[in-house]
Write a protein that binds this ligand. Structure first.
Ligand code: GTP
Ligand code: MG
Length: 318
């Protein structure tokens, strides 16, 4: 069933719904009346639409219920990508997991892009060496993707740099709409290209630049919400993929956050990412990683290094 099959949902209304992220029967059935009113629909029609969507999804396989056995089977498929640092892997419960979104946040130079590059190489390692034996998609919004850097990382792991580069599919996102479109495209090619990792570096830069004034913040949050859900459902869940998004922290508090180390995007990003890793600079090449939010792992910290060879454990522990 398409959302156009709902009563009173013509082409125009369907477009409005899709734009706001209500792109399936399930999404509409789960929506609240006020959410749909917010996109400019009348209360009476909203009530009708939601009721019909709930009827429509009864007894369909997409209804959303699965048995505990199925949930367990799905979890048994979770893979982990090594970061290159044993300490950091340990903090993350063995590596960066598939079927989840991991948010790397921290100030400029804290190592977010470096770690994202490293994971794009490491995902290609065979499973017994900490990889998934799969390939990467890199959505670059800040033009900081550096193939030369990947080549040094590949060489350090004794991988063929040209093969490693061939297995990374890079797209430059020019604005937030383009970024969202690229994520959808990624879902379409994920199987064919044997993708195990999707990086969005960085998640918020376009959104932040495009949506400034207070009045547009709600729009912004709604779009980010849609973007994050697509990453989770159509990539992480549908194809057992690891999602890594990077996020800057506020250098100075704005209207939204009093905490200067709060990640951009606030609640939406926080609630939709599974793991949040806060990175900060320490002495020299050293970086400190702090696991802030995780469904099952204890919070904790560790030290690693960004070296010429890539991400590694810190040798001298002072
Ligand atoms: P923003 O994107 O600006 O928010 O920062 P980021 O967190 O993405 O920082 P990034 O990962 O780009 O880290 C940059 C830092 O990594 C540099 O300041 C260097 O300290 C370090 N780095 C990058 N390349 C190399 C390298 O080849 N060798 C070494 N030793 N360090 C490097
Ligand atoms: Mg960066």
């Amino acid at each position: 069933m398409e959302i156009e099959d709902l009563p009173g949902v013509g082409e125009k209304v369907a477009e409005k719904l899709r734009e706001a992220g209500f792109d399936s029967m399930e999404a509409i059935a789960a929506a609240s009346v006020s959410e749909l009113k917010d996109i400019g629909l009348g209360e009476a029609s909203v009530v009708k639409i939601i009721k019909a969507a709930k009827e429509g999804i009864k007894n369909t396989p997409e209804m959303g219920f699965e048995t505990g056995i199925e949930a367990l089977k799905k979890r048994e498929l979770i893979g982990k990508i090594t970061t290159g640092s044993e300490e950091l892997d340990k903090l993350m419960g063995g590596g960066i997991e598939t079927q989840a979104i991991t948010e790397l946040y921290g100030q400029f130079g804290s190592g977010k892009t470096q770690l994202a590059h490293q994971l794009s190489v490491n995902v290609q390692l065979p499973e017994d060496e900490g990889g998934l034996g799969r390939n990467a998609i890199y959505i670059d919004t800040e033009n900081t993707f550096r193939p030369e850097r990947l080549m040094s990382m590949a060489k350090a792991l004794k991988l063929d740099p040209n093969v490693v580069l061939k297995n990374i599919h890079i797209a430059r996102a020019y604005n937030s709409d383009h970024q969202m479109l690229l994520a959808e495209k990624a879902a379409e090619i994920a199987e064919e290209y044997n993708i195990g990792l999707v990086v969005v570096d960085s998640l918020m830069s376009h959104f932040r630049a495009e949506y400034t004034g207070r009045g547009t913040l709600a729009d912004r949050q709604q779009k980010i919400n849609k973007h994050m859900h697509l990453l989770q459902r159509k990539l992480a869940d549908a194809h057992n993929i690891t999602i890594v998004v990077t996020n800057q922290v506020m250098s100075k508090p704005d209207t939204f956050f009093a905490d200067p180390t709060a990640p951009v995007g606030g609640h939406i990003v926080g609630h939709t990412s599974t793991f949040r890793l806060y990175l900060r600079k320490s002495k020299g090449d050293k970086r400190v990683a702090k696991l802030v939010d995780s469904p099952s792992l204890p919070e904790g910290e560790c030290v690693f290094e960004v070296t010429g060879n890539g991400i590694q454990d810190s040798k001298n522990k002072d």
